[in-house]
Structures are given as C-alpha cells and as structure tokens.
Design a protein around this ligand. Structure first.
Ligand code: SF4
Ligand code: SF4
Length: 630
C-alpha cells in the first residue's frame, strides 16, 4: 500500500495498521491491487447492453472509434449508463420503501410491529386521502400501506406526492414531461429506454433518468421514512457516541449494518429482554452492546440512541478489532469481503435478507411470521460466540466522540417553537428558519450526505466541507455516512457552535441545537426535501429560489447518483466530490453541469477539493440570495 494518508480518522488508521499486522486485506488494499481503473469505464464510454458488444468508444471527440457497433455515440452510451445507475439507486431505495410499506400493512396490536406514532399516522394518512375519523388505527395503517403500495405500480392517474412539494415545482416537472408516474414503472422505463435500439438522444435519456429519480426522493424514500416513523417512532433529539471506540471490552458486541430499520428495531427490542441479558451474563459477559454501521446505524441511533460504530469504509475495521461477536446485516452497502475477513477472526457474519445473501456468511432469515424469534436467534448466536473471542487478537480503539442525533423535521420544528412567542405564533412552522435566512443571520443551508470512497481521503471531504460551511454561517444537515463522519469528529455536539460563524452560532444558542443536525439515513434525505419544501412554501417561492445546496463529498453508490439526480431535479444545486463516470460524453457533461439549470433551476458541480467546494457554495448561495432580493 502506498504511503498516502488514507483517512483523517485516527481510529481508522490504527485499525488499518492492525489489519496489516494481522495479514488481512481491506478495501484499500483491494483498490491498490486493482491498479489504475479502466479509462473507458471511468469516462462511461463502455457499453455492454447487447452481445454485439461490448463496445468501447473513444472518450475524446474526433479521436479513435466514435460509435459502437449499433451506432451509439459516446454521449448516448454515457447517458444510458448514467440512467441505469439512477435506476439502480432508485430501485434500492424504493424496494426498501416497499418492504416498509408491507411491514405497515402487517402491523397489528399484538404483533412484533405495532403503530408507535399515531399522530404521524393520522397526518400521513390524510395526505394519502385515507379516512381517519372514527376508525381503528390499524385499519387506517393497513389502508395507508395499501394506498402507498399502489404508487409503486400505478398505471393510471398521478401518484400521491407530499404537499410539501411546491406547486411551482410540480409545474416545472409537468412542462418538462418528467412528472413521476409510479416507482417501478419509472425504473422499468429507464431499463427499456436504455436497451439497444431505443433512446439514442442524451437529453431524452437524462430526462427519463430524472423522472425515475423523483420516484426515489419523493416517493420510495419518502414513504420509507414516513412509514418507518409511524411504526418505530418519529426521532427526537438524543445523545449517542460514535467511532470504533464504542465497542466494549467485556460485553457481547453486536454490530448492525445495512439499511432497513425493521431488522435493527427487532434486535434492539430483543437485546433488552431479560432472558437475553441473562444469557449474555451466563457466558461471562457484562451485557450486550449494540452498535450500528452505515444507514442501519443512523436508523437505530435516531430512534434509540444506538451507538455508531462507524461509516462505510470502517465496516471491515470493526471486524479487525477482534471484539465483534456478530456483524448482522440486511441489504445494501455490505462488502462481500466480510465473509472472508470474518474467517480470520471469531466474528460471525450473519446475513438476514434473501435479497442479499452472501456466500460464506451465516444466513438467518428475518422470518416475517416471527421476527422477534429470529432476532433472539441472531442474538443467541452472538452471545454463544463470546467465548470464542481470542483476547490476543483484540484491540478496541480508545477513541469515541459524543454526538447529538435525532433531528427529524418534527424535532426541528419543535426546537424552532422554542424561539416563537406563543401569543404571536405560528407554532410548528418553518417561519423562524425562513426568518433567519431572509435576515441573513444564516447565509443558507446545506445537506451534506453520502458515502465514503477510497478514492478520497476517508472522512476528509465530509469534515472539511462541513467545517467550512458552518464557518460561513451555512447551517448543515447531515445523513448517511456523512452523518457518522460528523459524529466521529465531534461536529454533532452543541459545543461545535464554536466552529460556526457568528450568525449561525447565535441561532444555535437561541434554538439550543448543534450547528450540524443529524437527520438520519440515506432514505431520510426525504426529511431534507420536506424541510426545504416547507420553507419554500412558507416563503411562497420555489425550492430552486432558496439559498440551499446539497453536497456528496465522498459518494460511491448508485443510490447516491439517484439522490443527486432527484435533489438537482428538485431545484437544489448539488456538489459531487467524486467525478461520476460521464466525462466521455461532452453533451452529457454539458447537460448535467450547465443546461439542466435551464430546465430545473439547479445543476451539478463536480469538485474533489473540499475547500474549493466551500468557496463555490458560498458564492452560489450569495448569488441565490441576491436573486431573491435578501
Ligand atoms: S448497444 Fe450498441 S454500443 Fe452497446 S454493446 Fe450493443 S452494439 Fe455496442
Ligand atoms: S451513505 Fe452511501 S455508503 Fe453510507 S449507507 Fe448510504 S449509500 Fe451506503
């Protein structure tokens, strides 16, 4: 491995040293072993959509092969590949949302999953047109779930999009012909249009991809978040700790990794059962220590304060500590490499979803008929594995940070109520937020989201961007692996106000919040859409008029591409810290970083340098403020 600094997180570096000593490989080693990536793939000009190919065309116009065998140009190939990434990401989030809909459909007062937040149930039911008056809450929940599920396969009429989506935005989408119809339909549309012999026009292909992405942000992810809150509770501000130092020396350490909250909710509930705690004590442990990784961590911490073991690039390092009895996963962002890695330690790598079976793992399906039974079985496996822990291989890093999490939109509005005179009101409104933005006390707002990527120095992009933005009085909300980076580096503490500019610092003191708010997992980016939409509606403007931006400094997944696409299509400028595989298509680059602004009032910026990213965002936010006359 080269001597390049791989992470700004000391814990990560320490564990990478241990991995080297233990003779095990990590994603960083595998990246190194792959040498330079293929230039055709990196530029997006490689196509294998039919067996006349694969074809690879020149990423440099006028030089080398300009067309694939069917005649597809570089721009056509790049736009199709891009659209398929959007479809992949949309499918992942939306299938997550579908599972959550089905869980809601199966809730019952004496079942493993119940309705926890009746108030939210009523609110969401109303938005879907489900009658609530005088009805049993489970009847309402089931009808709501069935109604939501219709929007996955609807063939006629328009889907139910949230009222927070400004009317002006809806009109823009209608005019552009990208108003979303149904989740699965738009995914299928992308796959169809990108088949050989279909769409051969980059502009049309990108518009089909934009329409698809909207079914993620405003439908699949939105439903995933709303319905999860109904079943598992709407997050409230709470305290937690972050980084691999949250593992405990004499407890059964269980790391929950993946995405859907159903698994983590069941495990959290089962781990609190006296019988499970007794069992852990019977094998000589002091108790059970649950920690989370990636978005499962975000879901579990938002609702229960479960500790955050780490983000995407730390998943292998959790095993390398030698202190994890079980790494329990469901779907998405799970390295298959964990199967081989866990053979070198005592860790049981437990997969639970038929959608993500991994060879070499222990498969314990989360039985839909008896979720609690499955959760107990998984925890028992972990407990019985405690005695296999090889103390000579254990190294738990000391480092961990305090963090405040749980900032759902509801929690943010509650906090804002704290600065509203109840005689004047209105309460539960975005007015205080809009007021400070209009007054310029806060310059703007940014959602910093997304993954880690070994192409970047781990966590550096997230931390430098966040610090730079809050210093410039731009309030930051975080989700996904960015949230964990912020948590690990102490930015989710109220004390982090000291790093903020004077306006933001004052606002945070008055409202009693940190300058960086943890809003949840990747599907919870829908919470950010809700907050921005609510603020835009309050001011009577469109989302693209607001001084608000999105940033994904270290993204890697197709889900992140789908997110970036729906965020831009929603009118929010988005900065990418990793170059997407589109550079071989000059027209595609022009569309995404330029022309798309004429369509939706926002565009992509690609900037790997976090400091330049901050400068560009500040300039752009100032521009938007000027246009808005504030
Ligand atoms: S679709 Fe066209 S460019 Fe793609 S592999 Fe087939 S012939 Fe080649
Ligand atoms: S932020 Fe990226 S890496 Fe992290 S859980 Fe979400 S999609 Fe996966």
């Amino acid at each position: 491995m080269s001597e390049k600094v791989l992470s700004i997180d000391k814990t990560t570096l320490d564990m990478l040293d241990k991995a080297k000593k233990d003779g095990v490989e990590t994603a960083w080693d595998r990246k190194e072993a792959l040498k330079a990536p293929c230039g055709f793939g990196a530029a997006g000009v490689c196509c294998r959509n039919c067996t006349m190919g694969p074809c690879r065309v020149s990423p440099v116009p006028g030089k080398g092969a300009e067309r694939g065998i069917c005649g597809a140009t570089a721009d056509v190939i790049v736009s199709r590949n891009y659209a398929r990434m959007v479809a992949g990401g949309t499918a992942a989030h939306s299938d997550h949302g579908r599972s959550i809909c089905l869980d809601l459909y199966h809730t019952s007062p004496d079942g493993d999953i119940k309705v926890k937040d009746e108030k939210k149930l009523m609110k969401v039911a109303a938005r879907f047109g489900v009658k609530t008056e005088g009805r049993d809450i489970y009847e309402i929940a089931h009808e709501l779930a069935a109604t939501g599920l219709q929007d996955y396969g609807r063939q006629f009429g328009e889907p139910c999009l949230p009222p927070t989506l400004p009317e002006k935005r809806r009109e823009i989408w209608r005019k552009l012909g990208i108003y979303p119809r149904a989740v699965d339909r738009e995914i299928a549309s992308v796959m169809h249009a990108s088949h050989i012999g279909c769409t051969a026009d980059a502009e049309s292909m990108i518009k089909i991809a934009m329409r698809c992405s909207l079914t993620d942000g405003w439908m699949g992810s939105y439903m995933a978040t709303e319905f999860s809150d109904i079943m598992f509770g709407t997050p409230k501000a709470r305290h937690t700790e972050a980084n691999l130092g949250v593992l405990e020396d004499n407890q059964v350490n269980i790391v929950l990794h993946g995405h859907e909250p159903t698994l983590s909710e069941m495990i959290v509930a089962a781990a609190e059962l006296p019988e499970m705690i007794e069992l852990a004590k019977s094998v000589g442990a002091d108790g059970i220590n649950l920690c989370g990784m990636c978005c499962t961590a975000n879901e579990a911490t938002m609702r229960h304060g479960v500790k955050l073991a780490g983000n995407f690039m730390q998943q292998e390092l959790a095993v390398v500590t030698g202190a994890v009895e079980a790494l329990v996963v469901d779907v998405q962002c799970i390295f298959p490499a964990l199967a081989k890695l866990s053979e070198s330690y005592h860790t049981k790598f437990i997969t639970t979803s038929p959608k993500a079976r991994i060879k070499g793992s222990t498969f314990i399906e989360l039985d839909e008929e008896d979720r609690m039974g499955s959760a107990k079985k998984i925890i028992t496996e972990a407990i019985m594995n405690f005695k296999n822990r090889d103390r000579s291989k254990v190294m738990i890093p000391e480092l961990k940070s305090e963090a405040e999490v749980g900032y759902s939109v509801e929690q943010i509005l509650n906090k804002l109520d704290g600065v509203v005179n109840s005689h004047i009101g209105p309460m539960q409104s975005a007015k205080p937020l809009a007021d400070v933005i209009v007054a310029g006390v806060i310059r703007g707002a940014a959602g910093v989201v997304g993954c880690n990527n070994p192409k970047n120095v781990h966590d550096e992009g997230h931390i430098e961007v966040i610090k730079g933005l809050i210093k410039n009085d731009i309030i930051v909300v975080v989700t996904g692996c960015s949230a964990q980076a912020a948590a690990k580096h102490g930015l989710l503490r109220k004390e982090a106000r000291e790093l903020a500019g004077p306006g933001l610092k004052k606002v945070c003191e008055l409202v009693d919040i940190p300058p960086v708010l943890h809003m949840g997992s990747c599907v919870d980016i829908s919470r950010i859409l809700e907050l921005v939409g609510t603020t835009a509606n309050h001011l009577g403007v469109d989302m693209s008029d607001l001084p608000v931006v999105g940033v994904a400094p270290e993204y890697m997944s197709e889900k992140a591409i789908a997110i970036g696409t729906y965020v831009v299509t929603s009118g929010i400028d988005t900065w990418l810290g990793v170059v997407p595989p589109v550079t071989g298509g000059p027209e595609v680059v022009d569309i995404l970083t330029n022309r798309i602004e004429e369509w939706v009032g926002a565009k992509f910026f690609v900037e790997p340098d976090p400091h330049k990213t901050v400068e560009q965002i500040v300039a752009r936010v100032n521009e938007k403020r000027k246009k808005l006359g504030i």
